[in-house]
Write a protein that binds this ligand. Structure first.
Ligand code: AMP
Ligand code: MG
Length: 194
């Protein structure tokens, strides 16, 4: 059954300014009278995980057993698909890769694609040095402190994962750059996807 609404999967590695771009896109879309909403995949996963009791925060989630994350991930995808049925465009704020203790795990594996059936994938990117600076400024999160070189490799892996999703279903991938202060421009580049 085809869902009524449309799903745009918006991804970017932590510190890229993805949520800022999502907020900006929501603002512009509203001005244009488009029915667009956003959902944070991590937040939905936390809601599901909390019901099971043993995860305290979102950084702990990423460090739990992959088998557990996989189960919570599919439940979260189903919950989000339920919201999409209500119509409109839903921006899903998430990641192409998850840095787990067992290695990189896909944010959007095939079973999640089957549930969400996205119409586009977006990768938000910026300069690795800028990402490092943003991560060290964000004291609300216990993010892994890594080198600019590792960030470069996460950007590449995210592109590879996005293209794997794209090939699986014939779905486009849009890459937008989000340099400091340019979130409005980044958001405008996404308007043709709505
Ligand atoms: P964020 O707030 O976007 O940094 O996401 C918080 C956490 O949610 C991440 O560190 C992951 O543990 C989890 N998460 C978000 N999206 C996904 C996904 N698609 N698959 C698995 N875990 C995810
Ligand atoms: Mg975010």
């Amino acid at each position: 059954m085809r869902m009524v609404g449309k799903v745009i999967v918006l991804t970017g590695i932590p510190g890229v300014g993805k949520t800022t771009v999502v907020d900006e896109l929501l603002r512009i879309a509203k001005e244009q009278g488009k029915k667009v909403s956003a959902v944070n995949f991590g937040t939905t996963m936390m809601e599901v995980a909390r019901k099971e009791g043993n995860v305290k925060n979102r950084d702990e989630l990423r460090k739990s057993a992959v088998e557990f994350q996989k189960r919570i991930q599919i439940e979260a995808a189903k919950a989000i698909a339920g919201q999409v049925k209500e119509g409109g465009i839903v921006l899903v704020d998430t990641h192409m890769i998850i840095r787990t203790e067992e290695g990189y795990y896909p944010g959007i594996p095939q079973d999640v694609i089957n549930v969400l059936r996205p119409s586009s994938y977006v990768l938000v990117e910026t300069d690795p040095k800028e990402i490092l600076a943003r991560r060290s400024k964000d004291k609300t999160r216990s993010r892994d402190m890594i080198l600019a070189q590792e960030i470069e490799s996460e950007l590449q892996l995210s592109r590879a994962a996005a293209m794997a999703c794209a090939v699986a279903t014939g779905t486009p991938v849009k890459i937008v750059q989000n340099p400091p202060g340019k979130q409005a421009q980044a958001a405008k580049e996404l308007l043709p996807l709505l």
